[in-house]
Design a protein around this ligand. Structure first.
Ligand code: ADP
Ligand code: ADP
Ligand code: MG
Length: 450
């Protein structure tokens, strides 16, 4: 096992990884920007190294500064968390070149799966159903027109290198296709440094259901059930639950096996998530694979009792998985609400500032993965997610009830948060009945305005 790990991230995920290190008896070094001196991850790690100014390109995306910090601190491995450098193949390669273990899949897997258009091709060839659309990136406007015609409008133009809900455009009519493709290419170039775009049939009000997988370097694979992430605003998840209210045990097994096939196809190891869209016929289609730990991983941990972050570190240290598929059982129901410092009534405008009072709920089945404390000042430089509230109960109704009172108890004062908004959502009859799809929140926001 490693003696020391460097954590190349910030916020609640850095804190989550510190805790996994503590459980494994590993020392940890965190990195922080000058804006993050007082942040929780920098305060509670065994060592913390300042790697640069607030702008992410100069700090959390600064590969050389991070590698240097790892070398100086004597870390044998780097955990990249999510976002930042977590899906950057060049960074994974750079770690290897410097004799540091990248806690994640091989850079080759990241390369194959990071190109979303090419990844769909790979999966399709392996027999995994994919969302209909172009074969790889589109090469010409004429080709794009033909494919869009075959799919039927509306279609989506997606950046091959996109992520975080960005780089997706909907096109409703052939007249707009050319201009939208050109705009999408320009945007993709600016945001992701890659102007490849691909075309996909727009599925009407599907469900986002993803499968968590875990694999060791010896070729053992398991799937850890699904997460329903259909509660989305602008293609960004805000609440997740496990199990999904629309997935039967038979479908779970089918999707789980498809996910393992997808991962095996790329010689994948470590934790990964295969995202699928599920339509009204309960047919499922591969959308993309995220080659990292995911924001919503705790709900899977709660229902399976499997510690995904610990397993990431263990498998990176060449240890075999200590469970097989038959050991994995889904017990009860878990829900996660992302708590963001933002104002839902002002178009979700981020709300930086000082937290002058904080009271967090507790008790059986309540878990809080957080990066804030009383007196902490949230800076404007990074993501507005400050905390995650996770509940686990014996069934869905109990989980919803628990989440209701937990949200009502949660007090964050000094900044605006979406706590009341989350409460509003979980009280909606559509949510309570489990009868909501990816389009629900958009429709609800429209009706709320009126
Ligand atoms: P998850 O799939 O785990 O829910 P998200 O899509 O919410 O992940 O992204 C996790 C974090 O990573 C967010 O902070 C998001 O803004 C960031 N992120 C993900 N992909 C990208 C990307 N390609 N460029 C910039 N930020 C990204
Ligand atoms: P990202 O890499 O930003 O996570 P995804 O390709 O995973 O992007 O898509 C993000 C979200 O956008 C999905 O969860 C879904 O809500 C929506 N979406 C993506 N593709 C489609 C599609 N073909 N039809 C309908 N909705 C889609
Ligand atoms: Mg996605």
């Amino acid at each position: 096992m490693f003696r020391k790990i460097l954590i190349a991230n910030r916020g609640e995920i850095a804190v989550r990884i510190i805790r996994a290190c503590r459980e494994l008896g590993i020392r940890c070094t965190t990195v922080y920007s000058t804006a993050d001196r007082d942040s929780l991850h920098a305060q509670i790690a065994d060592e913390a190294v300042c790697i640069g100014p607030p702008a992410t390109k100069d700090s959390y995306l600064n590969m050389n500064a991070i590698i240097q910090a790892a070398i100086n601190s004597g870390a044998e491995a780097i955990h990249p968390g999510f976002g930042f450098l977590s899906e950057n193949a060049e960074f994974a390669k750079l770690c290897e070149k410097n004799g540091i273990v990248f806690i994640g899949p091989s850079y080759k897997s990241i390369e194959i799966l990071g190109d979303k258009a090419a990844a769909k091709e790979t999966m399709s060839a392996a027999g995994v159903p994919v969302i209909p659309g172009s074969k790889g990136a589109v090469k010409s406007i004429d080709e794009a027109k033909k494919i869009a015609e075959e799919c039927g409008y509306p279609v989506l133009v997606k950046a091959s290198a996109g992520g975080g809900g960005r780089g997706i455009r909907r096109v409703d009519s052939p007249d707009d296709l050319e201009s939208q493709i050109i705009a999408a290419q320009q945007e993709a170039k600016n945001f992701f440094g890659d102007d490849n775009v691909y075309i996909e049939k727009f599925l009407v009000n599907p469900h986002h259901v993803e499968i968590q997988i875990m694999a060791d370097k010896m070729g053992n694979y398991i799937y850890l059930g699904e997460r329903d992430c259909s509660m989305q605003r602008r293609n960004q998840k805000i609440l997740e639950e496990c199990p999904s209210p629309i997935i039967s045990p038979e479908l779970r097994q089918k999707m789980g096996e498809a996910a393992v096939t997808a991962a095996k196809e790329c010689g994948y190891y470590n934790a990964g998530t295969i995202e699928f869209l599920v339509d009204e016929n309960r047919d499922f289609y591969f959308m993309e694979m995220n080659t990292r730990i995911q924001v919503e991983h705790p709900i899977t941990e709660e229902v399976t009792g499997f510690d995904i972050v610990k397993a990431q570190i263990e498998t990176a240290a060449d240890m075999p998985l200590d469970v097989t598929q038959k050991d994995i059982e889904i017990r009860g129901h878990a829900i996660e609400c992302r708590i963001n410092a933002e104002n839902p009534n002002l178009d979700f405008r981020p709300s930086p500032g000082t937290i002058n009072a904080l009271y967090t709920p507790g008790g059986p089945g309540i878990r809080i993965d957080s990066a804030v404390y009383q007196g902490y000042t949230i800076t404007p430089y990074y993501d507005s997610m400050i905390s995650k509230l996770i509940v686990h109960a014996s069934d869905r109704n109990e989980a919803i009830n628990k989440m209701k009172w937990a949200l009502s108890e949660f007090i964050v004062s000094g900044v605006d948060t979406n706590i009341d908004f989350q409460l509003e959502i979980i009280k909606r009859p559509e949510f309570i009945s489990g009868n909501y799809d990816n389009g629900f929140l958009t429709r609800y926001m429209e009706s709320r305005k009126k």
